[in-house]
Design a protein around this ligand. Sequence first.
Ligand SMILES: O=C(O)CCC(=O)C(=O)O
Length: 270
Amino acid sequence: MDPIDLTRHLFALRSSGYTRVEGCVTGEWLDELGTLSNRALAAVRAALARGEKLHGTYASDESIACRCLYVWGEAALRLIDLPEVHAIAGAMMGTYRLWDLSLLASLPTQAKHAEEALSWHRDTAPVDTRTVPPPFLWFFICLDATTPKNGATWFVPGSHHFVLPEGLRNRGAIPRPFPTCTQLLGNAGDLLVIDPTALHSVGANRTGHPRRLVNVAISTEATPPLLDHWAIAGPNIQPRVTPTQQRMLRCGFPGLERTWTVLPPGWVTA
Ligand SMILES: O=C(O)CCC(=O)C(=O)O
């Protein structure tokens, strides 16, 4: 990314809490990512249908996630090296690690939901990013164009700077709680970067197909990752990682879970 572009995206992210980098993943890479994501999604839906609970992961009729997407194929593992992620994460956070690589799907929603934004939340409390780095950044690769109809993420620009006023706390799924909220629209292959301390929500998907994002979820180095990714990568992946992938997957935090609920059939962890 050229320095002027990087400066533009950093300014957008710092002031509004989000930015969009166009066309980061294209061609066969994007196609393969779509195919492996569909396999992962099918496996997660099958596990939920069997009554399994996804470890550390919210699932509903409208949105589900698949963790540790790197185990589903090379096209996912390669995302850990994405230069745009490193340029932005490096400038915003200094040192950082992979918190998780997840598939996020907004599923076709029946008319029972009048709301367009299904679950307003922030993932952690806002911090003063003038003096400390944001604890997390979510780098969403759009596998599908995100549109007003298919559940594009809702977002309140600038809300990463402020706590909610007293009267608006704990009100759950409020439809469009703020006049300035907007949906994050992009084309397939674009990268939507959000500071998840901002208020955001998965959108209702009124189409017949899932709206899929892959989240290269990054945290500061001081924050433990969601899982022990190095153990989960296991002997299939460990011997062939790039130095960057090794740095991002491996960490010294004790006591992390060494597997996840849904992995490809026969997958061996370390
Ligand atoms: O899938 C989405 O649109 C939003 C995901 C989200 O809310 C999150 O990752 O915290």
